[in-house]
Design a protein around this ligand. Structure first.
Ligand code: FE2
Length: 480
């Protein structure tokens, strides 16, 4: 004879399993990037479906047991035992996964090294503001001093805090600024030149002067065993050498391999910090950065709440004279291309004066050559081409930069130049099995970055390897 207490416990177990499973899945899918993870990887759908099936298996067997009832008592009893076993397993799995994922995903390191970040507000000189961003284990007040001749403008924090974003505003274009933190060692950075004339860089040789010179790289995948962090370090060293005169470094995502693992973010910040002191950086999020609540880490370290912002901290405009960079949140594709982001993009593009440079930067690529991974195409991204490319074409975007594919490529389609540069250190993709009809130049199996120089109406694009050697160059002339 089964006691009443046992029946109550049994019912609770059978009900609790699907409730906890549903709560876990709802939480996971509420996180940015999870829908893309589900749609664009072969393994994760199986994992999510297995969790879901286990969650409802107990109640299903309970119903079967009830239907069989007294007619087939042995089968009914087996079904009830199975429902208890499966429900218990579902509860343990849901709680275990939550306890495994959440504490790590929510952990933000109490102290981080200072990183000089590009902000999304534009100063009176026509170039974007910067901010020195870091965290301290204990509340502190800090002072950044900066100036063209010597560090003369002093910006001090008013309150004791652990979260710091000290702004460097209203910078003059084409000026080398010297700066210190708390009167420590002096560093310097060069703001973008915005003149219409200057010295263009020769292919792989002389640095450009008078214009805006920036580096673009993506997909270093800090934390992955297969990543070549020595190649990433070599690129950061090359770009951050003050003699080369770079004004900015754009890092287009997959900075870390698994966004939920805080130690990977610490490795990234450790490498990025000293490089940024002479060439300010702007990392944007990629699909790997956001895996299971990774966005919490990205925002805490690379666009914290205390950093001044104009609108969103995930999509925004960066200005350097007549060059306007619009960064987008495109992780796996267009899953996060919300109506708000789309209307913001269109209104920004329509507000940029004709003749100025319109550049778009995002993690996921639109047009690209590539390969298939378990039936998933890593080339000519159908959603990006359907939803984003028409906007780029309509508003005359000059170039769209992305990573996601771990190779180098330049493509042209309907007046827009597309660049894929996911070669900052992550394991190279297999050689392409699909060639995009839009492809102009493609290279696989090499780590490197893109060196971009803009003077007036001319933009030079040079693909370089990890040692800085020029591999191929292209130019865009707006006056032709
Ligand atoms: Fe990647």
């Amino acid at each position: 004879m089964v006691s009443k207490a046992s029946i109550v416990i049994y019912r609770e177990i059978v009900v609790l399993a699907p409730v906890l499973t549903a709560a876990l899945l709802l939480w996971l899918f509420s996180l940015e990037g999870t829908l893309g993870l589900y749609r664009w990887t072969p393994d994760y759908p199986r994992i999510f479906w297995s969790i879901g099936c286990l969650g409802i298996a107990g109640p299903v067997f309970a119903v079967i047991g009830g239907v069989l009832g007294a007619r087939v008592p042995i089968a009914s009893r087996i079904a009830f035992v199975a429902s208890v076993f499966l429900s218990s397993a579902g509860i343990i799995l849901a709680i275990g996964l939550f306890l495994y994922i959440f504490p790590g995903a929510a952990r933000i390191s109490p102290s981080t090294p200072p990183v000089l970040l590009i902000a999304n507000k534009t100063g009176s000189g026509g170039v974007s503001d910067l901010a020195l961003v870091f965290r301290t284990a204990a509340p502190t007040k800090n002072v950044v001093a900066y100036g063209p001749e010597f560090p003369s403008t002093r910006v001090g924090e008013g309150n004791l805090s652990r979260d710091h974003a000290i702004p460097l505003k209203n910078l003059s274009p084409g000026t080398r600024y010297r700066w210190t933190l708390n009167d420590g060692p002096e560093h310097s950075f060069l703001t973008p030149g915005i003149s219409a004339s200057g010295t263009p860089g020769e292919k792989g040789l002389a640095p450009l002067s008078g214009g805006f010179r920036f580096a673009v790289g993506s997909d270093p995948h800090f934390g992955a065993a297969e990543s070549s962090i020595d190649h990433t370090a070599s690129i950061l060293r090359w770009v951050s050498d003050p003699a080369r005169g770079f004004n900015a470094f754009f890092l287009l995502g997959d900075s870390v391999d698994r966004g939920m693992v805080d130690s990977q973010w610490q490795s990234l910040l450790g490498a990025l910090s000293p490089a940024s002191w002479s060439v300010p950086v702007r990392p944007i999020p990629g699909n790997h950065d956001t895996i299971i609540d990774g966005m919490v880490h990205y925002l805490a370290y690379l666009y914290p709440k205390v950093m001044e912002t104009r609108g969103s901290r995930l999509w925004y405009r960066i200005d350097a004279g007549n060059v306007h960079v619009l960064t987008l949140e495109m992780l796996w594709g267009t899953e996060d291309f919300s109506a708000a982001q789309r209307s913001w993009l269109e209104s920004e593009l329509s507000s940029i004066p004709p003749g100025d440079w319109k550049l778009v930067m995002m993690h996921c690529m639109a047009y690209s050559s590539g390969y298939s991974d378990g039936g998933v195409p890593w080339f000519d991204h159908r959603d990006m081409i359907r939803e984003l490319s028409p906007i780029l074409e309509k508003y005359g975007v000059d170039a769209a930069f992305s990573g996601h594919d771990h190779d180098m490529e330049l493509l042209r389609k309907n007046g827009v130049t597309y660049i894929v540069i996911g070669t900052l250190g992550g394991i190279p993709d297999p050689v392409r099995t699909y060639s995009s009809p839009a492809s102009v130049w493609y290279l696989d199996g090499v780590h490197g970055f893109l060196d971009v120089g803009v003077i007036g109406g001319r933009m030079d694009l040079t693909f370089r390897d990890h040692a800085g050697t020029a591999l191929e160059s292209f130019s865009i002339d707006k006056n032709q």
